[in-house]
Design a protein around this ligand. Structure first.
Ligand code: ATP
Length: 341
């Protein structure tokens, strides 16, 4: 059951349409990522859900409460929707405890205990008296999350919350925020243009393009069964090759491959993911040559040039854990069903 439902939301600025009928469903307690390129309308969607912008059309519902719709616009402070802004934006003159307690009524009973609970949730117990300037970027971001959770919002919105963090810190803060959100039971929407962040952090991903959600599903669904070639390209690494479907088989220069799902016969493009390209002994596969290797530590991306039947050269990419020097000759086999459009 969805807790947050966005239906057909439109928004124009000076007659320029920015949101063009957005649908979004976020189940209760889930963390959803809204993923899309810069300028597709992600922040505007977040601002409409928070109530900072009025939608031109459509509805926003949380539970059975209509927050925005024809003739209705609930004020932001009455929505029980909290926002974690891009760089945390802590009050520099308030301590960590002062920041977290900011959204709580002064007379709130158990105020100190609530602050302590929240700091424990984000792994910062004992930091009550520190000032924001004495915290790392990741710690600041976690305090910002605790502050947003303090008034017990029903929905929490995070706008590119990790973009200011350096790459090393980002993965660990992401994991901390994800587990704190799950522990809090909050329903959350995270906006990002980083596909790896969306796939690794969220329970559901909504891919946005030109003011619309073009596909929504679990990270696995989005990666394995993209709705169109642009989603395939945007989410994960992909090699796109011309392909013809006949009787449920995808015919490509790399050979005949099984089709993922069903499709009528026709001419189009197939999507190959790097993990579908397997290195085998030279005699057991198509001959290929290593063009370059990009090393990431846990594995490496290898660019290959495959010599296909008819002497056609086809660039593909695979992942390996071993070292492959440039110009090395290898064999390649393509496995698994491929998506075709
Ligand atoms: P980014 O990832 O770069 O933050 P985004 O997907 O969040 O991008 P938005 O910030 O929602 O995109 O902006 C979408 C479009 O709406 C942009 O073309 C932007 O210039 C325009 N826009 C946003 N806010 C306003 C505004 N207040 N007035 C006029 N145009 C606006």
């Amino acid at each position: 059951m969805s807790l947050l439902e966005v239906r057909g939301v439109t928004k124009a600025f000076d007659r320029t349409p920015v949101l063009q009928g957005v649908d979004l469903d976020v189940p209760s307690g889930a963390l959803a990522a809204v993923l899309g390129p810069s300028g597709c309308g992600k922040t505007t969607l977040l601002r409409v859900i928070a109530g900072f912008e009025r939608a031109s059309g459509g509805t926003v519902t949380v539970g059975d409460r209509l927050l925005a719709g024809p003739g209705r616009h609930v004020a932001p402070e009455r929505r029980r929707v909290a926002v974690v802004p891009q760089e945390g934006a802590l009050f520099p003159h308030l301590s960590v405890a002062g920041n977290v307690a900011y959204g709580l009524p002064r007379s709130a009973p158990r105020r100190d205990r609530r602050v302590a609970e929240l700091l424990e949730l984000v792994g910062l117990q004992g930091y009550e008296q520190r000032m924001p300037a004495e915290l790392s970027g990741g710690q600041q971001q976690r305090v910002a999350l605790a502050r947003a959770l303090a008034p017990d919002p029903v929905v929490i919105l995070l706008d590119e919350p990790f973009s200011a963090l350096d790459a090393g810190l980002r993965a660990s803060v992401r994991a901390d925020v994800r587990s704190a959100l799950h522990a809090s039971g909050a329903t959350a929407v995270l906006v990002t243009h980083d596909q790896e962040e969306a796939l690794s952090t969220a329970d559901v991903v909504a891919v946005m393009r030109d003011g619309r959600v073009v596909q929504a599903g679990t990270p696995q669904e989005i990666y394995r069964t993209p709705h169109d070639i642009d989603v395939a390209r945007f989410v994960g690494e992909a090699v796109i090759i011309p392909a013809t479907v006949r009787d449920g088989v995808v015919w490509t220069t790399l050979g005949a491959l099984p089709l993922a799902g069903a499709a009528a016969d026709g001419v189009g493009m197939a999507v190959l993911r790097p993990e579908q390209v397997i290195l085998v002994p030279e005699a057991d596969g198509l001959p290929a040559r290593v063009l370059d290797t990009v090393f990431y530590g846990h594995d490496a991306n290898v660019m290959l040039e495959v010599r296909c039947p008819g002497d056609v050269l086809m660039p593909v990419m695979c992942r390996t854990q071993g070292d492959l020097p440039r110009s090395e000759s290898v064999g390649v086999r393509i496995v698994g069903p491929v998506t075709w459009f």
